[in-house]
Every structure is written in C-alpha cells, then in structure tokens.
Design a protein. Structure first.
Length: 369
C-alpha cells in the first residue's frame, strides 16, 4: 500500500479504535480478582516455628550480668594516688572480709611517709597494726580523743601566729559505730551530753583537721553516716573518701559476680572497682614504735592515765595498767551489788573478757570473806 494513499490513515485510526474498544469491553466484564495474576501460595508456618520466634525475642526485664573485664578498675598505684587526694578515708565492709587488712596496710604506708600514728580500736588484737600498742578501753579512748582535740586546738593557735608546717598525724578509728555508741561523756561515762565526745571528735577531724596535717581513717561495717554523727554535714562528708570491701563492694557495684578480693572506691559520686590485693602483704609488716604519737607535755593533764602517755614502752606495761583499772572498777561494781550484765554494759569491751574478770574478782572476794 502506498504511504501516500488516502486510505492509510483512516485504516490505522479504525484499528486503534477497535483495540481500545476491545480492552474496555474486557475490563468491564472481567472481575478484578481475575484480572490480577495469582500470587504464589505462602508456606504454612508451623506452631513450633512460631514458638521459636517468640523465645528468640530479647527479654528486656532480665538483668544482664556486667562484664568485669570491661569495667573501669583502679590499680593499686592509682588507688593510693586517689586516696592521697582526700584527707580522710572511710573503709566499710562486713566482718572478716578484709577491711582491717586494708586499714593496716594504709597505716603502714603512712608510717613510711613519716606520719605519727594513733590506733583507737575497741576490738584490738596484739599483732594488729604492726604490733603497735592500741587504745582499746572506752574511758582511755575518751581521754585520747580529748587529747587529740586539744592538739587540734593547739595547731590552730599556732597557725594563727604564722606557723605553716606541722608533723602529720594519722588517727585510725576501728569499729567506729561501736566507739560512737559507747564514748559519750567528758569523763568517759555513758551519760550523753549535748554533743558526745566521740561525735565531736569525728566531726572536728573531718571538717577542720586536714589543713593542720591531722588525718582520720574510719573503719566500719557500712557506709551509713548516721551512726557516725555526720548525717547531713556536707563539709565533713566532702572530705571523706569511701572504700567498700567484700559484700559492700558488690552492693555498690550492683554486681552478682564473685571476685577474689572485691573492693570498690567512690569518686565523684560514682563507684569503681579497685585492686586491694597488695594490702594483704603490707598489713603484716611491723611498724616502728617510734611512729606512735606522743602526747605533748602541755597536755598531760588532759590525757590523764591514758595509754598514750606511755606509748613507745612495752606492751606489758600498757596491759597491766589497763587490767588494774578494770579490776578496781569491777570490784567497786560487784561490791555495789551490780549484776554481771550491768557491769558489762557499764564498762563495755569484749563480753568474754569481762566475764572472766568478773569471775576472778568474785573468787577473790569470796576467799577474803
């Protein structure tokens, strides 16, 4: 057919119209479900597969155990460097988990640095703290605390006259809540004044003593500060750096994991693991008795017959003097008709030791009768 034929374009137009008309007719008469291609049938999901998917979903509520290897840890040198940044240290941990071991190690290092030492320990044992004499009797602890407060006042007065350097003193207060509950009156009695001696001592040491080179190591079973009498005292609390030992460390770190020597240190209101294993070796080192703080002559009346007055002499003299004082007091109380429990509550100390002393005194009194 010639492209120039007059019939060509009308034929093309008629063919296009017939095609469009056929499509529209088919679209109008065919249901929509038949116009779409059939989809491939989905594989049936078994119940077991569905259960597997549900089990594999992450459970958000279950605690995830921390990985100790990825937690920040203070090495022993870092721990000592951090402790040097705060003037006072608190060591908290349950019984027989190593809090006194760390305290003895730190005391030994303080002795090497030239600190004079005072050990206030109501549960003293002969070989603790490098074999140093310890003040364990509650009336004696009372007198020593007053002597240290007087020393703090003396250093304040000296600083006001221009003295800038002082010999450092480290005071270790073992079983702090026990001492706080037993040392009250100015004369060592159980009568509670407005501010008990022990509470005043701890508060003054934490708030003011650091600038005069007097430092405190508190050893207790918890980090609770209410038994120490410094609850709400922000100035005192800011100067106290806590180390948690054993179960207390696991509580602070919120960790169920068991470690050989768990310990944690608080820094800027956060807790971090720390290494304390070297403390076991250092805690057994002997300490030079010349490191004991000597009561200045001007404070002899304040110290009275405190064991501090004879520090640097033999342990036997200290024990004999303390035993003699105990025997005299127990004898007076027995003659006054006091029971064994009343005597123990009045004098404090270890119950077994007090019961032995009371029994011995009663035997002597029976023989004399």
């Amino acid at each position: 057919m010639d492209i120039n034929s007059p019939w060509l374009y009308p034929l093309i137009f008629l063919f296009a119209c017939s095609f469009v008309g056929t499509f529209l007719w088919w679209h109008a008469r065919t249901p929509a479900s038949e116009r779409r291609p059939a989809a491939a049938p989905a594989a049936p999901r078994s119940a077991a597969a569905a259960r597997t998917v549900v089990v594999a979903r992450p459970v958000v509520d279950e605690p995830v155990e921390p990985d100790v290897a990825h937690l920040p840890t203070y090495s022993w040198p870092m721990l000592l460097d951090t402790l040097a940044k705060r003037p006072h240290i608190g060591i908290a941990g349950p019984s027989r988990q190593g809090k006194s071991v760390l305290s003895m190690a730190l005391t030994y290092l303080r002795a090497l640095e030239g600190h004079q030492l005072v050990i206030l320990n109501s549960h003293a044992r002969p070989n603790d703290y490098g074999g140093l004499p310890q003040v364990y009797d509650y009336p004696a602890i009372n007198r020593v605390m007053k002597a240290l407060l007087a020393e703090l006042g003396r250093r304040k007065a000296a600083a006001a006259t221009g003295v800038e350097t002082f010999d450092p003193i480290t005071v270790v207060l073992e079983e702090a809540p026990d001492v706080m509950s037993k040392v009250h009156g100015e004369d060592g009695s159980a009568a509670k004044p407005k501010v008990p001696v022990a509470q005043r001592f701890v508060g003054e040491m934490l708030r003011q003593a650091a600038k005069y080179r007097m430092h405190l190591i508190l050893v207790t079973q918890t980090t609770l500060v209410k038994p120490l009498g410094i609850e709400g005292d922000s100035e005192a609390l800011d100067n106290l750096l806590w180390i948690a030992i054993g179960d207390r460390a696991l509580e602070k770190m919120k960790s169920p994991l068991l470690a050989p020597w768990p310990a944690a240190i608080e820094w800027n209101c956060q807790w971090f693991w720390c290494d304390r294993e070297p403390a076991w070796m250092l805690s057994t080192r002997p300490i030079d008795p010349r490191r004991l703080w000597q009561v200045p002559d001007s404070m002899g009346d304040i110290a009275g017959d405190s064991p501090l007055g004879t520090m640097g002499t033999s342990d036997e003299n200290l024990v004999d003097e303390a035993m003699l004082t105990d025997v005299i007091l127990i004898t007076k109380l027995v003659l006054a008709g006091k029971s064994g429990n009343e005597i123990i509550d009045s004098l404090g100390g270890k119950r077994t030791r007090r019961l032995t002393q009371i029994r011995q005194v009663k035997q002597v009194l029976d023989l004399g009768a």
